[in-house]
Design a protein around this ligand. Structure first.
Ligand SMILES: [Zn+2]
Length: 501
């Protein structure tokens, strides 16, 4: 049963959460709630309720042991330098039915967490920081209760690309707008590794319209809030959008990190963004892009040419025309050809300008377009504060039913948000396994137990999480604990030597 204190916490937390996250309502689907409330006959018609599916998910599919192991960083081991209080100082926040936030939950072991998940069946789990003390006892410590570490996190939301994407907006995401996310992952992952030296980086699909990045290196976890703000400042180029145009924090001379980003962006631009988004096919899209060219004559001449179909261009250019061109074996899409034309026209015009400065400014507008359209757009507030909550990997998105699965940054281009397993699909898969007459008793037992994810579509994601993230992280956590133990032993030796004098 939920205690009175828990209810109070939930109420207070809801207010705090809303204050922190702005007015955006929590993602609990009304339809799902109605379904939960539906009488049994109706439930049979619409399939199992979300509550039932989530109960099955936490019992058999959610990789609770692996998640807990990650969040302990070796402190759950019997290592001499392990900090036994570590896991109970980490905040988890549950969203329960009816949009209720229960903040400041903490657990001593993965089995305690598994039991509570099965009991509370949260529609969402958020991960908060590790505090000085157990967050359940925060009242006792008053001002001494504060966050001491937390992964460095980055949030990218597809709605920040709404004025650019041509395939949809809001909660929409598809394989055609995914390239915006894929290039963002590529640019940020490279910067985090090469410029900051971070190694333990986890990318996760948010289950609906974005991705999260978790940097778990100890150096990242210990960053103070002001340093987090500097990191996100360093990684950001787009300083807002005004009149449909992105304001760019980028001068004529680029920082080497932006030069490196530009190489990645340019290749994504021609190979994916232009052809897949058809950014220059239709007037409302090419007119928006042409705004970045600071030469009115050039803008209008290109727009007029493209409106007529233009030279060498599929007449009446539109997406269907592009598709027809592609079907006819024309490998260069309409938008790519128009971009080449635009680039050529800008360069020719620049060479005609008497002032070198004006020529450079005109040429820079090409870079500006590429950065405005494809440089990662970050929700900076999420990164700035150690105590900002962020949805846990392997949660189920309440609106889509999709699992928040890890993404291999090396294969970000191949990731398709439509292929991500849903809770409905996974529960069906374990049911089929259990009923499969051909399955061995061991397989049937497995499907009924806590590691029911084995053999389902979720298994490859959990396996990748374990091998690419958890396992190297465990090795580095162990090395850090060894170092700590050696330092403590050396300290003791010094003390003993002092005494013997
Ligand atoms: Zn799309």
């Amino acid at each position: 049963m939920e205690t009175a204190t828990e209810r109070q916490d939930a109420k207070r937390a809801k207010t705090e959460h809303q204050a922190a996250e702005g007015a955006e309502p929590m993602a609990v689907d009304d339809a799902v709630q109605q379904k939960d409330a539906a009488p049994p006959e109706q439930q049979q018609q619409t399939g199992p309720s979300m509550r039932f599916l989530m109960t099955q998910y936490y019992k058999k599919l959610f990789p609770v042991q692996q998640m807990f192991k990650w969040l302990c960083y070796g402190n759950d081991s019997s290592h001499a330098a392990a900090d036994g209080s570590f896991s109970s100082r980490r905040e988890l926040c549950f969203t329960l039915e009816g949009d209720i936030f229960v903040r400041y939950q903490s657990y001593k072991s993965w089995t305690d967490l598994a039991t509570d998940l099965a009991r509370k069946v949260p529609s969402k789990i958020d991960i908060g920081p590790v505090y000085t003390h157990d967050p359940r006892q925060r009242a006792k410590y008053a001002k001494d209760f504060k966050p001491v570490q937390r992964e460095l996190v980055i949030d990218i939301d597809m709605t920040d690309y709404d004025e650019l994407r041509t395939c949809g907006s809001g909660g929409h995401i598809c394989s055609r707008c995914w390239p915006f996310i894929a290039v963002a992952i590529q640019v940020l992952d490279t910067a985090l590794r090469e410029d900051f030296g971070f190694q333990h980086i986890l990318w996760v699909y948010s289950g609906r319209r974005g991705v999260h990045c978790w940097v778990a290196d100890e150096g990242a976890r210990l960053l103070a809030d002001d340093v987090r703000a500097s990191v996100v400042g360093y990684l950001s180029v787009i300083r807002g959008v005004e009149g449909g145009m992105a304001k760019l924090g980028m001068g004529m001379v680029k920082h080497p990190a932006l030069e490196r980003a530009e190489r990645l962006l340019r290749s994504a631009w021609r190979q994916h963004l232009l052809p897949e988004q058809c950014l220059l096919d239709e007037p409302q899209h090419y007119n928006a892009l042409l705004q970045y060219i600071p030469d009115e004559e050039l803008r209008s001449s290109l727009a007029a040419k493209w409106a007529k179909g233009g030279q060498g261009i599929v007449p009446g250019g539109n997406r269907r025309a592009s598709a027809a061109a592609a079907a006819a074996g024309d490998s260069v899409s309409l938008s790519v050809r128009r971009w080449d034309e635009l680039e050529k026209a800008v360069k020719e015009q620049a060479s005609r300008l008497p002032s070198g400065k004006a020529a450079k400014a005109l040429e820079k507008s090409l870079d500006d377009i590429i950065f405005a359209y494809s440089y990662p757009r970050l929700d900076v507030e999420v990164t700035k504060k150690m105590n900002h909550l962020l949805k846990a990997p392997f949660c189920v998105h309440p609106k889509t039913g999709k699992v928040c699965v890890p993404i291999d940054p090396e294969a970000a281009w191949d990731f398709d948000p439509d292929d991500v397993p849903t809770v409905q699909q996974l529960v069906q898969e374990i049911n089929e396994q259990q009923q499969d007459a051909g399955a061995s008793p061991q397989q049937q037992q497995q499907a009924a137990g806590a590691e029911g994810w084995r053999g389902t579509s979720l298994e490859p994601y959990i396996a990748a999480f374990a091998s690419s993230f958890l396992s190297p992280l465990a090795a580095s956590s162990k090395a850090a604990l060894n170092e700590r133990a050696q330092a403590a032993a050396a300290e003791q030796r010094t003390q003993r030597a002092d005494v013997s004098w």
